[in-house]
Write a protein that binds this ligand. Structure first.
Ligand SMILES: Nc1ncnc2c1ncn2[C@@H]1O[C@H](COP(=O)(O)OP(=O)(O)OP(=O)(O)O)[C@@H](O)[C@H]1O
Ligand SMILES: [Mg+2]
Length: 248
């Protein structure tokens, strides 16, 4: 059954796009995956660069307007991994109710037997964040572990989830983890236990390969398959399969 997973955080630069793209890549080894890039910055689209460089007629704004079909908007990165690219006119959707067309696209993804639909969401809290969240089976909230105030962003994101109509479960993902930093250890040992287990066991370590591969338009698996970044996202994929009961 198709599982819809959002990456959301009211705080920027915490690893939403990096997690979405690299998790998508590793999940696609065994499952059919599509990323919807909801961010005007187009980071997920750029991170899978060969999609961006290709000629595309249809992008996410066209799909949300009802001007193209789900199949027309799909751009293949590799076997079993597709992207619906962002474009700068997504800006016009910040206050639009596009839920009917999004739901139609989700129904098509189910018909086309996608196992995972991943939503890379922007940092702002507007329609581009709230509508996709409301359609999700799981929300992954990355938390920048070296930031002492990151917990405030996490609490705000949990409040956003409480505001939307559907009851969407969430799991927190520790990112930029460095065991040598007291602030990272304090976050994991003292702050996150308050969340009653709604935290992935996998921690994404700080790893320069993760930022290098994004600027080359590749996943970390293609750029440096033995790096800590690749190992951590591989481990996360096993937990995501378990949490969504999809191909575990
Ligand atoms: N674990 C990591 N180690 C080192 N660098 C990382 C790691 N995760 C992400 N980065 C880098 O940090 C920056 C921010 O990451 P990313 O774009 O994934 O965050 P984001 O939450 O999607 O940001 P935005 O709010 O702008 O959408 C990027 O340059 C990315 O390559
Ligand atoms: Mg992003």
């Amino acid at each position: 059954m198709t599982k819809i997973v959002s990456f959301a955080s009211v705080k920027g630069g915490v690893g939403k796009t990096t997690s979405c793209v690299n998790l998508a890549y590793t999940l696609s080894k065994k499952s059919k995956v599509v990323i919807f890039d909801f961010d005007i910055q187009m980071s997920a689209t750029y991170s899978l660069g060969s999609v961006f460089e290709g000629e595309y007629k249809c992008a996410l704004p066209d799909l949300l307007n009802g001007d193209c079909s789900f199949k027309e908007a799909l751009h293949e990165y590799k076997k079993n991994l597709y992207v619906i690219p962002a474009r700068d006119d997504l800006f016009g959707f910040l206050t639009e109710d596009f839920s009917d067309n999004l739901n139609k696209a989700i129904r098509s993804a189910k018909k086309e037997k996608f196992d995972f639909v991943l939503f890379d969401l922007p940092t702002n809290v507007g329609a581009l964040n709230l509508i996709p969240l409301n359609s999700s089976d799981l929300c992954i909230i990355p938390v920048y572990s070296p930031g002492g105030l990151s917990i405030l962003g996490l609490r705000s994101q949990i409040k956003v989830l409480e505001m939307i109509e559907n009851d969407v479960p969430y799991l927190v993902l520790v990112t930029f983890y460095d065991n040598r930093k007291t602030v990272c250890r304090e976050m994991v040992n003292e702050v996150l236990p308050e969340l009653n287990g709604q935290v992935f066991k996998t921690k994404i370590r700080e790893n320069s390969k993760l930022s290098q591969c994004a600027s080359l338009g590749k996943s970390v698996f293609e750029f440096s398959g033995k790096s800590n970044g690749a190992k951590d996202y591989e481990s996360l994929s096993r937990e995501v399969r378990k949490a969504t009961k999809e191909g575990a």
